[in-house]
Structures are given as C-alpha cells and as structure tokens.
Design a binder for this molecule. Structure first.
Ligand code: ZN
Length: 132
C-alpha cells in the first residue's frame, strides 16, 4: 500500500474503532494513539484495541454549544473510563428521562459527529447508556 493509503486507514481505524496505544514500559494506556509515551517518554508503544464498554467518570449537560451543535442542545458530554483503557471524552446520546450518574454503564456506538446534507458528513464514536 502507498503510504497515504496506510495513513488514511489508520485514521479510519482510530475514528471508527477504539484503537489506542499502550506503553510497554510503564503500561499506561492512551487514546487516541500515540507514537511516544506521554507519561514516561518511552517510544516502546504498541497499538491496543480498547473495549467498547465503560462507565461514566464525570459528565456535564450542555445548554450553550458551539454553533454546529446547536440543534442537539441540550446534550451530555462525559468523561468515560473504558473497561480496559484510559478515560476518554465523548458525547452521551439517546438520553431520555434517565438521570445520569457517576459509575453508570455505557457502550460505544457509531454516530454522525458533524455535517449536513450539503457538507461532508463526519462519523465517529459516541456512547449510549447500557440498559439493565
Ligand atoms: Zn510509558
């Protein structure tokens, strides 16, 4: 494959799966992927595919948003502790009357991030509440 194809595939993989990195020296996990460990500086890092489930670490309800997200207001953004990975930030979607709380179980889904019919659509990972 040409280098640009490889780079494009890696971006795709990072966006649509929870592909990150693990430092083989200090065992720290990173998402998105890194080339050097941000914690200890080692270049001995490997790809790691994180599980698509985790729990809410903290969250906020957004009432005033950037212009491109105004149709979604109000919406939730959260820090999510992945079951086998780091804490990442994401939007929580499809929240009905449920009251969010720290420790609540969530799972990753594939959703539109931005764009309309005339713009290029961008998709990525968001999270939903796990039904009991
Ligand atoms: Zn490290």
């Amino acid at each position: 494959m040409k280098k640009s194809v490889v780079a494009e595939w890696r971006r795709y993989e990072d966006r649509y799966r929870l592909m990150g990195s693990v430092c083989l020296l200090c065992k720290e996990n990173f998402f998105p992927r890194v080339t050097h460990c941000v914690r200890c500086g080692s270049s001995d890092v490997r790809d790691r595919l994180f599980l698509r489930e985790g729990e809410i670490y903290s969250f906020s309800k957004i009432h005033v948003s950037p212009e491109q997200f105004q149709k979604q207001v109000p919406y939730y953004v959260a820090l999510i502790k992945l079951d086998n990975g780091p804490v990442i930030s994401s939007q929580i979607v499809d929240v009905g009357s449920e009251k969010l709380f720290v420790g609540m179980r969530v799972y990753a889904v594939f959703r539109k991030v931005s764009g309309t019919g005339e713009q290029a659509l961008t998709y990525g990972i968001k999270f939903r509440l796990t039904k009991k």
